[in-house]
Design a protein around this ligand. Structure first.
Ligand SMILES: Cc1cc2nc3c(=O)[nH]c(=O)nc-3n(C[C@H](O)[C@H](O)[C@H](O)COP(=O)(O)OP(=O)(O)OC[C@H]3O[C@@H](n4cnc5c(N)ncnc54)[C@H](O)[C@@H]3O)c2cc1C
Length: 429
């Protein structure tokens, strides 16, 4: 064992599995669900106990709805899900309602749900499928093979307990944006890939039952329009989730006071919406959004990365939940095939195909997203794009398909254009 492992950690009898998944957020829970469904023994470890909060906008596009439905989760309103019909965009003094596109590949509605509820639903679903969820256990590092350096398990500390080791043939890092496990295996964030920062809070407001997700393009830093947007998502429970996010391609990125920017933006809202300090029900909290594959490679020495750990947030719109879940499914299917191979070399060959599978799914689209992120970071360009697109509904309908990654493989002209551009974009893994 290398210096990463503690000297002689205790090994409880239940500490061995086919696969260890670190982190039971959307990426980890989905990975564990599909692995357990295919009959593998899965240990799903999370430092939190569910239900728990997670800083998020709580907005789910049709892409995310599809992944939930695919896991057999009921998304009915009786079960507490709040539906929305599309995206309302406000910018350059105009507002436009864009219904979600009608497609064969995705449902025609989105959802809103607190992460308190969503993540618990997903973690319990993984448990129902047979994954062994262990809550309140913080993974402290990888256990590595002495000679090869390959990961063969993790060390972890239960709340108030002693560090112990868990072992498996394969380990999945689904531990979110900072992914300490990936870092300990030598996988750092890439400076050449986009990153966002977003803050959010909740307000009591009469707008809580809005049936559109609302996005504001006018975030100003003096006379400069910032690359990012503000959102107001009705939670259906008397409150709205209100927040904003910026991209690292803006000069303002590093030196913005996000709390002040949020307050300044909200000051311009109609008083009857109630976005005041008295109506704020939660602290303003923020976190990073790792975008466009900003940690690679996604497979390294027995460790596979899913969701934010692998930087899978969509650079066009900051959506991360659907991609966390989708990458979890792709990853689980790869592992299932890998572990069914008789020889170690064959298993390895299948695992090594995971980055390629991800690249097939998102590579071209994320490459386009990186170009988009750079372009809107240029002073003036975001302003030009907002002003010109907000008076052209057909262009905005196309933009929704592009920005939310919602197309059919053989759909209409807009679908074919988005798909064609994604195929043509240079696509390094
Ligand atoms: C302000 C903000 C707003 C956002 N809004 C939206 C939105 O509206 N819609 C959307 O789709 N996306 C949104 N996102 C992005 C979205 O939150 C993430 O992309 C998504 O949570 C990624 O899921 P994940 O499972 O990869 O990681 P996470 O959700 O971060 O889950 C990681 C899990 O790992 C656990 N963990 C971490 N370290 C350890 C450890 N050492 N040991 C054990 N467990 C560990 C954590 O407890 C956690 O449960 C937003 C992000 C931010 C910051």
């Amino acid at each position: 064992m290398t210096e990463h492992a503690p000297p002689a950690p205790k090994k409880p009898p239940d500490a061995e599995a086919d696969v260890i998944v670190v982190g039971a957020g959307p990426a980890g829970a989905t990975t564990a669900f599909y692995l357990a469904q295919s009959g593998l023994d899965v240990l799903l470890l999370d430092k939190s106990r569910f239900p728990r909060e997670k800083v998020c906008g709580d907005g789910l596009t049709p892409r995310a709805v599809k992944t939930l439905v695919g896991m057999g989760i009921s998304v009915s309103e009786q079960d507490g899900w709040v539906r929305n019909k599309g995206l309302r965009v406000i910018g350059a003094g105009k507002r436009m309602e864009l219904p979600w596109p009608e497609l064969a590949s995705y449902p025609g509605y989105g959802l809103v749900r607190t992460r308190h509820d969503l993540d618990e639903t997903l973690a319990r679903r993984a448990q129902q499928a047979g994954a062994r969820l262990v809550e309140g256990v913080t993974v402290t590092g990888p256990v590595r093979h002495e000679r090869t350096g390959r990961i063969s398990g993790v060390t972890a500390r239960p709340d108030g307990g002693d560090e112990r080791a868990y072992r498996a043939r394969i380990v999945v890092a689904a531990d979110g944006n900072s992914s300490r496990l990936s870092v300990a295996m030598g996988l750092r964030k890439r400076d050449d890939r986009p990153l966002g920062v977003a803050v959010r809070t909740y307000y009591k407001t009469p707008r809580h039952d809005d049936d559109y997700l609302e996005s504001w393009l006018d975030l100003w830093d003096g006379d400069r329009l910032l690359p990012g947007y503000g959102w107001i998502f009705g939670m259906g429970d008397g409150t709205s989730n209100v927040g904003l996010g910026l991209l690292n391609t803006s000069a303002a990125f590093g030196n913005t006071d996000y709390h002040a920017l949020l307050r300044k933006w909200l000051k311009g809202m109609p008083a009857e919406w109630g976005f005041t300090e008295e109506n704020r029900t939660q602290p303003i909290r923020g976190a990073a959004l790792p975008m466009g594959f900003n940690r690679t490679p996604h497979y390294h020495q027995g460790l596979l990365l899913a969701g934010d750990a692998g930087g899978m947030v969509n650079p066009f719109n900051g959506e991360g939940i659907a991609y966390a879940m989708e990458s979890g499914e792709i990853l689980a299917r790869t592992i299932t095939q890998a572990l069914a191979r008789a020889r170690r070399a064959e298993t390895e060959r299948v695992l090594a195909g995971y980055p390629h599978a991800l690249s097939q799914a998102y590579g071209g689209y994320y490459a386009l997203g990186r170009v988009f992120v750079k372009a809107i970071g240029r002073p003036g360009l975001m302003r030009f794009a907002t002003r010109h697109s907000m008076s052209r509904p057909a262009l905005m309908a196309f933009a929704l398909k592009l920005l939310a990654n919602l197309t059919d493989p053989r759909g209409d002209a807009a679908d074919r254009l988005v798909n064609g551009l994604s195929r043509l974009a240079p696509n390094p893994e």
